[in-house]
Ligand binder design. Structure first.
Ligand code: ADP
Ligand code: MG
Length: 782
């Protein structure tokens, strides 16, 4: 059933070639018990390994059941070992971390025998060798003889036709040797047993046939066969190890070195911990930013100014050449930055600045008024009108320069209650919120500071360190109508006369009395002030003033004249829409000749209503030509994108750092796996002798790194999760933000997967190395 034909095998070490088998010709019968004798180094083991398909012959042929093995592929050899061969080694070669039962079952596991069948068979063979009661023990809990019996059981388990035993009693005492020989003899009844032994007496006593080797050749054979055997049906079942088996095998192995595995997993989880923490922080910050946005950024207004967008092309060039090209409508010659040449270059700034002038019309104002009042908490109008304000020190009245007063009109609510917006954002420190159009308010900053400039303009003594609220509340200034304030001299207008006349005006009936009704300060939790420190008044007041001014002489004359009626100057022709420019529109606006405000500021209630407002504003532009669109400026958007991208950048940098530690752990896992491969070399040999394919060996180590990777991933996530608690506690102390670090479960799962993939990557090279190990050499290692 088995024949060796002119088998030659030599080993080359360096320059030296050792012929281990030299033209060996042997045939074996079924059911024969053959003993091979010979001095050490005569090639017995080599012969056995070649018969068992563990080693490859150099030339000749091995005929199995009449079939040549010359064309055998690796998988054929693996299957052959698994199906047809049972190995028994001198040093037992049990897998230490598996119990007896698992050791015996391993060959069947590899050939995919079902669990129950495997169990039954394993118990059956353990019964034969008399070890059934010990099946749950580990190999190191058994004596040498018992271990060899386990090895015999393992060799028998898959019901092979051939048992190959290499000095099975070499390590045992005489008494135990006899027991083992008895068992082997029993087996030999229906199997071909080929046993290498040192002991001629044992051979004489038990074997049917004795073959002697010397220097790689057969020198005697007690029962040679010469006839060639006929070809039988030869079919072998291919082996394969499932990933689950590999996993179990590695899990058992890992159990024997829990601490090392734990420490490895922990060390390699540090990268995961880092990334998970960073992600949970950035996650949390994103959420905080979202909350901040809807809470606070919605406080950032949408502004619609007559002069909407001023784009400095030079600045823009820094960002994008294409954009600049598009705006200029032509290709731009390349300008060198920091030129070396000794010239200056004239450059027209106006040509390089693009301004879109919003043509705000009454129609547009009406459109704005129709914004859903549920979306807006307030609207404020900025007008350029100078309301001809006068103050008095008790005896003499003098004009107030309104820009020095930092006058602003406070936002009005579109809903009925007038002070609505102010009430939601400002605390009253003294007095009350404004009630009528003649009520002014003084806005102070969070320290109750008021700029001395403002106080000076108002005529309040600012030399004192502190000023009582009482000195402020009720403080009165007056607005004078145009016709009283300006006098026409010739064809020009001028201020109406001397201080005495001013005092008269101040005290006259026609003067509009404006009183400071309250002192307001931004509420602590409101982060964005809508009013600058200074005096705020109602839009109603300016509207009232403008209503009167419309019919004043100075406005009428200015409307008719194409020069400045105060200075006689002509107007700036090339206008850029700035409020300070000397244009007819600006002059008219300053004397109350226009009802159209210079700027409209919208305060959306929250983030959603902001969207609604913005889309409402966009709708206006839908069918407008390029010049007629009205652009708005969304302050919050600019801010939000900015903060978002900064966060992203920081996150990226931190993740990059943490990723480095991941790479370190990757290398570490590679090293650990490599060590594990070295440690498990013998196991690799055993598995190969049982028919495991190279692939299966790779799988075993991949399974090990898989376990380490999952452990480190899960461990990392757990630690990162636990760390979010102290992190949040610290952040709460430092920033007052609650629950910033939030671990997103999706991130957690992705990180575990990454950890598994990376560790498997790190272990893949050692795993491949393991599979390439020569099984004979692997078995020889200690
Ligand atoms: P035996 O089992 O009869 O003691 P072996 O079959 O193990 O002998 O060895 C036969 C010869 O081949 C010996 O001289 C041995 O040194 C040599 N040999 C066996 N394996 C190797 C190897 N892997 N590399 C080099 N020489 C080897
Ligand atoms: Mg030997």
């Amino acid at each position: 059933m088995l024949s060796l034909r002119n088998i030659k095998k030599s080993y080359v070490t360096g320059d030296y070639t050792q012929v281990a088998l030299n033209e060996v010709n042997l045939s074996f019968r079924k059911g024969e018990f053959v003993a091979i004798l010979g001095p050490s180094g005569s090639g017995k083991t080599t012969c056995l390994n070649i018969i068992g398909g563990l080693d490859k012959y150099d030339s000749g042929d091995l005929i199995i059941n009449g079939k040549s093995t010359k064309e055998f592929k690796d998988s054929d050899w693996d299957a052959y070992r698994n199906n047809s061969i049972g190995f028994i080694f001198q040093s037992y070669n049990l897998i230490g971390h598996l119990n007896i039962l698992d050791n015996v079952e391993m060959g069947m596991t590899l050939s995919g025998v079902s669990a129950s069948e495997k169990h039954n068979k394993a118990k059956e063979v353990l019964e034969i060798v008399g070890l059934k009661e010990h099946m749950h023990k580990k190999p190191n809990q058994l004596s040498g003889g018992q271990m060899q019996r386990v090895a015999i059981a393992r060799a028998l388990a898959n019901d092979p036709d051939i048992i190959l035993a290499d000095e099975p009693t070499g390590a045992l005492d005489t008494k135990t040797s006899v027991q083992i020989m008895e068992i082997i003899k029993d087996i030999a009844k229906d199997k071909l047993v080929i046993m290498v032994t040192h002991n001629p007496e044992l051979a004489e006593e038990y074997a049917d046939r004795i073959i002697e080797f010397r220097d790689g050749s057969v020198i005697s054979d007690s029962k040679p066969i010469n006839e060639l055997d006929k070809s039988d049906n030869y079919e072998i079942k291919k082996t394969s190890m499932s990933f689950f088996t590999a996993l179990k095998l590695s899990a058992m192995n890992i159990r024997t070195k829990k601490w090392r595995t734990f420490l490895t997993a922990f060390a390699s989880s540090i990268g995961i911990i880092g990334i998970a923490l960073i992600l949970s922080l950035s996650n949390g910050f994103d959420k905080q930013i979202d909350i901040f946005e809807s809470d606070t950024l919605s406080g950032f207004p949408i502004m619609i100014s007559q002069q909407a967008a001023e784009v400095d092309m030079n600045e823009m060039m820094e960002h994008s050449k294409e954009m600049r090209k598009e705006m200029l409508g032509k290709e731009e010659e390349d300008n060198t930055k920091y030129p070396e040449d000794k010239f200056i270059y004239p450059y027209n700034s106006k040509e390089n600045t693009f301004i879109h002038n919003n043509k705000i019309t009454q129609e547009y104002l009406d459109y704005i008024e129709k914004i859903d009042s549920n979306s807006l908490s307030g609207v404020s109008y900025t007008r350029l009108v100078n309301m001809n304000l006068l103050k008095t020190d008790g005896s003499v009245a003098t004009p107030i320069n309104s820009s020095d007063l930092r006058l602003s009109s406070y936002p009005i609510s579109l809903e009925s209650d007038k002070a609505g917006y102010l009430e939601s954002s400002y605390d009253v420190l003294a007095g009350s919120y404004p009630e009528t159009m003649n009520d002014l308010v003084l806005v102070v900053d969070e320290y109750n500071n008021v700029d001395t400039e403002i106080l000076k303009v108002l005529g309040i003594d600012s030399s004192k360190e502190e000023i009582s609220f009482d000195d402020i509340i009720g403080y009165e200034i007056k607005a004078i109508q145009n016709d009283d304030y300006y006098k026409k001299v010739g064809s020009f207008y001028t201020l109406a006369g001397n201080p005495k006349y001013m005092s008269e005006l101040y005290n006259s009936e026609k003067a509009i009395s404006l009183k400071i009704k309250g002192i307001l300060r931004l509420k602590e939790d409101v982060k964005i002030p809508v009013l600058s420190e200074g005096i705020a008044y109602s839009d109603e007041l300016s509207k009232f003033f403008i209503d009167n001014a419309k019919n004043s002489e100075v406005v009428k004359d200015q409307e008719a004249a194409d020069y400045n009626v105060f200075t006689g100057e002509g107007f700036t022709s090339e206008t850029q829409g700035r409020s300070s420019e000397n244009t007819k529109e600006n002059i008219l606006a300053s004397i109350g000749g226009t009802e159209i405000p210079y700027m409209i500021t919208l305060y959306p209630k929250d983030f959603e209503s902001k969207e609604a407002v913005v889309s409402y504003l966009d709708k206006w532009n839908e069918d407008k030509s390029k010049e007629d669109v009205i652009l708005y400026n969304d302050m919050a958007k600019t801010f939000a994108t900015l903060s978002g991208s900064i966060m992203d950048a920081i996150t990226m940098v931190l993740i990059a750092f943490a990723a480095i530690s991941l790479v370190v752990s990757l290398i570490m896992v590679g090293i650990i796996t490599y060590i594990s491969v070295l440690e498990r070399t013998k196991e690799i040999g055993v598995l190969r002798s049982l028919g495991a394919r190279k692939k299966d060996i790779t799988r075993v180590f991949n399974a090990e790194t898989f376990i380490v990777g999952s452990c480190s991933g899960i461990l990392g996530i757990i630690i990162a999760y636990l760390l979010t608690f102290p992190t949040n506690a610290i952040l709460y102390k430092v920033t007052d933000l609650e629950g910033v670090a939030v671990l997103n479960p999706v991130h957690a799962i992705i990180l575990i997967i990454i950890s598994v993939l990376l560790t498997m990557l790190g272990g893949s090279i050692p795993a491949k190395m393991a599979s390439k190990k020569d099984p004979v050499e692997a078995l020889r290692t200690e």
